[in-house]
Design a protein around this ligand. Structure first.
Ligand SMILES: NC(=O)c1ccc[n+]([C@@H]2O[C@H](COP(=O)([O-])OP(=O)(O)OC[C@H]3O[C@@H](n4cnc5c(N)ncnc54)[C@H](O)[C@@H]3O)[C@@H](O)[C@H]2O)c1
Length: 360
């Protein structure tokens, strides 16, 4: 692999933020041959102390501006809270850096659209970190959908709950990007309308629990429950198709994906309602063998390939944009007590004048 400098030197990288998720990125940047950790950038001294304890000899820096001024820094990987993403990504792109930013790409659709346009203008990679798109079970399901093993997708359900860390951005922004990115990736079609209801028990406007419905262009629907208030960690999705059904349980070790040959068929075309003949298919369940791999490592490999070879990452800017559009529509519905809200398409926005846009 050759980079834009004409050599295959590792990509000098600064990881920004060392809270809950940053340490995982730091570890993978150190482990992956395509990268070299130049420094950690963190403004909280206690987090820097933790980093130094865990990574003796590695450099740290408390100013993002200084990190951007360093010519050894070719890329930044941003793992700070969502409301900080827009400014940090913008500064990094303007300084000519390649950017990996944790999900969601930005806090609003207008900000996300502006960042994607800026990355195209400056010719630098902007990759949102939708880590689940690199999960082997998620890719197994994608393969089964693409090979039409499931047939027509009727609907999906998802439960993503745990006793989670309370954050000011609310549970929809924290957890729903996972479901949205996975479903958009699996179905490969736009989301057209959403509704959201939720409960905020402790602080007005900060929902800990939300119930979302998503309607896709083909008519496929999804129901997603996200919560930080649950007795145990649950990461379960079910997809129901005309030929097969799948249960994907991220917390299961050896049977994360189960394929059920179950369903309901019409035995013959009915002449009238009284003649409907339904037959139940209750065939076998198969749990395919899936090789284990750390999704974040594969995500970083994809980021390196985008930088070195100009490939479009699986976690693409377009997908990142679609996730933010959906989030904005969901939040709007949530604050309007479940009113249906249309989701703008990425094509609509990108074919316009590329100015910051807000979803109507
Ligand atoms: N892909 C995943 O599976 C996954 C999992 C968890 C979190 N995340 C994402 O990672 C991001 C960070 O989440 P978290 O839970 O680690 O947050 P966190 O609050 O635990 O940590 C954020 C850290 O960033 C630091 N920080 C904030 N602004 C900074 C700045 N301008 N310069 C330097 N440091 C700064 C803070 O001091 C803090 O230590 C979020 O976008 C979140 O959605 C992704």
């Amino acid at each position: 692999m050759t980079n834009e400098l004409g050599n295959n030197a590792p990509i000098g990288t600064v990881v920004v933020g060392y809270g809950y998720w940053g340490p995982n990125i730091v570890r993978n940047v150190i482990e992956r041959p395509e990268f070299e950790l130049v420094a950690l950038c963190e403004r909280d001294q206690s987090r820097i102390a933790e980093f130094e304890k865990r990574t003796p000899g590695a450099a740290s820096i408390d100013s993002f501006e200084k990190a951007l001024a360093d010519p050894d820094v070719e890329a930044v990987a941003i793992a700070t809270p969502p409301h900080t993403h827009y400014m940090l990504v913008r500064q990094a792109l303007e300084a000519g850096k390649q950017v990996l930013v944790e999900k969601p790409l930005a806090r609003t659709a207008g900000e996300a659209a502006e960042l994607v346009a800026l990355s195209e203008e400056v010719g630098k990679v902007l990759m949102p970190g939708h880590t689940f798109l690199y999960s082997p079970p998620v890719n197994k399901v994608k393969e089964l959908i693409d090979e039409e093993v499931l047939g027509e997708i009727y609907f999906a359900t998802s439960s993503r709950m745990n006793l989670g860390l309370y954050q000011r951005d609310g549970v929809v922004l924290d957890l729903a990007p996972h479901d949205l990115s996975i479903l958009l990736y699996w179905l490969g079609e736009p989301l057209v309308e959403v509704t959201a209801n939720g409960r905020s028990v402790f602080q007005d406007g900060v929902h800990e629990t939300a119930f979302l419905t998503l309607r896709f262009a083909s008519g496929a629907q999804a129901n997603v429950q996200v919560s930080w208030l649950a007795p145990r960690k649950m990461r379960q999705m079910v997809i129901v198709g005309s030929r097969r059904m799948i249960q994907y349980e991220d917390t299961a070790s050896d049977d994360a994906v189960r394929i059920y040959d179950r369903g309901l068929d019409f035995a013959e075309p009915p002449a009238n309602f009284g003649e409907y003949r339904l037959s139940y298919r209750t065939g076998d369940m198969v749990a395919p063998q899936i090789a284990a791999a750390e999704p974040l490592g594969l995500e970083l490999k994809d980021f390196a390939s985008a930088i070195r070879q100009g490939t479009t990452p699986v976690s693409s800017p377009r997908l990142g944009l679609e996730v933010v559009f959906a989030l904005e529509a969901l939040e709007r519905s949530l604050h309007a007590h479940g009113e249906p809200v249309k989701v703008r398409s990425a094509d609509d926005v990108r074919s316009r004048d590329r100015l910051p846009l807000t979803v109507a």
